[in-house]
Design a protein around this ligand. Structure first.
Ligand code: SF4
Ligand code: SF4
Length: 384
């Protein structure tokens, strides 16, 4: 029987410890990306965990075996206690990664984080030029700041790790994006096509690239890979295609509650950062230890093993590979999180994914018509 890296398997759902902790420090962010994965009603979240509570979460998860720690958000730089959190994480022995838009970063802060022991910084961009970047980000100076801070991160001796979220409005820029990454001396570049959760699901029709756009982009990325390899460049291009164009779903989070633990800004513990959309009561680190949340809470045990699976997953010989796909995607596309992920060609709901692909072939909506991720729009969703 295939056994996952964590030692759990479908027939033996007792998991190993969480190895990855994603600390979503805040939902506050100065940008307004229409593909943001934060919840639509993020503006209603007011009570962020305080510094001491985060210290406790970091300590408890580390005692269980967590080794990788991501600080994300929202924009984690808005938390004034970020240097303290980094220092504590370093003291506990985590490998730490800051996932940032770069807005709010300064050279002094980069130096402060270095001093505190931060291992890794990933800076995200919205496009290869200021006009489109700032139009997508909903902010006039975003591109200029990002460029300056990407350079500052590099000069501080960090590996240059850049992330571009790719969608139908910037996918034509693949050549320019890769050239910009070379100019910046990038070591790793993640070209991640949107995954349709949160605000991206709301804006899916206006974001999803067509099959032709995707094929052209992939051809370009492969050509650049060959060119870079021939030139002896060490820059790595990682192109993440949207699973809406696959016939089998991804093994979401390597299996529910098997490896990844997300703690949201208000202390809600989640098996992935999108899962709070599900009609499941997830526990809070304010009320329970991380260990009892991970091993004993109904929310984390809900989709472990395979006893929950209906057909066609139940009798499928691929269920050890993909665990039935993504529960959030099943819920968003079928209204029932127990269903097979409709990305799967065996799902009775696969037609919904095919319809989205067809819609992407004919979409014409301009960027300005997307619903931007901001507090005003979020409050409208919260009231609905
Ligand atoms: S995706 Fe954009 S809006 Fe969302 S947290 Fe990141 S930078 Fe902010
Ligand atoms: S039917 Fe279920 S288990 Fe089988 S491949 Fe599709 S999603 Fe995976």
């Amino acid at each position: 029987m295939p056994v996952s890296a964590t030692g759990s398997s479908l027939n033996n759902p007792r998991p190993g410890p969480p190895l990855w902790l994603l600390a979503e420090l805040t939902y506050r962010c100065p940008l307004q990306c229409p593909y943001c994965s934060n919840p639509l009603d993020f503006a209603e979240t007011r009570d962020e965990l305080d510094t001491e509570s985060w210290f406790r979460v970091l300590r408890e998860a580390r005692e269980m075996g967590a080794a990788q720690l991501g600080f994300s958000g929202g924009e984690p730089l808005v938390r004034p206690d970020l240097p303290e959190l980094i220092a504590e994480a370093r003291r506990l022995g985590y490998y730490t990664n800051l996932i940032t838009s770069g807005i709010g970063l300064t050279e002094a802060k980069v130096a402060q984080f270095r001093e505190a022991g931060l291992d890794h910084i990933q800076v995200s961009f919205q496009a290869s030029d200021p006009e489109l970047n700032d139009a997508v980000a909903g902010s006039k100076k975003a591109f200029r700041n990002k460029l300056a801070m990407a350079r500052a991160v590099h000069e501080a001796g960090y590996p240059m790790v850049l992330n571009f979220v790719i969608h139908r409005h910037n996918i034509h820029q693949m050549d320019d994006i890769i050239r910009l990454c070379e100019e910046l001396g990038a070591d790793f570049v993640e070209l991640a096509t949107c995954q349709y959760y949160g605000w991206a699901f709301e804006n899916r029709e206006g974001l999803m690239p067509s099959a032709d756009q995707l094929a052209t982009a992939e051809t370009k990325v492969n050509a650049h890979r060959e060119r870079l390899a021939a030139a002896g460049s060490a820059m790595k291009l990682i192109f993440v295609t949207p699973d809406y164009y696959e016939e089998r779903p991804k093994a979401c989070m390597n299996g529910w509650g098997s490896l990844f633990l997300t703690v949201a800004p208000d202390g809600t513990a989640l098996p992935c950062h999108s899962a709070r959309i599900l009609p499941i009561e997830f526990p809070s680190v304010r009320d329970q230890s991380v260990s009892s949340i991970w091993y004993d809470s109904p929310g984390f045990n809900r989709y472990r093993g395979d006893a929950w699976m209906p057909e066609p997953c139940r009798s499928c010989d691929e269920k050890d590979k993909d665990f039935g796909g993504c529960r959030c995607q099943a819920y968003l596309l079928t209204g029932d999180a127990d269903n097979a992920d409709p990305v799967c060609g065996k799902s009775p709901h696969h037609d919904r994914v095919l319809a989205a692909r067809r819609a992407a072939d004919h979409a014409t909506a301009p960027l300005a018509e997307l619903t931007y991720r901001n507090a005003r729009n979020s409050r409208v969703f919260a009231k609905a």
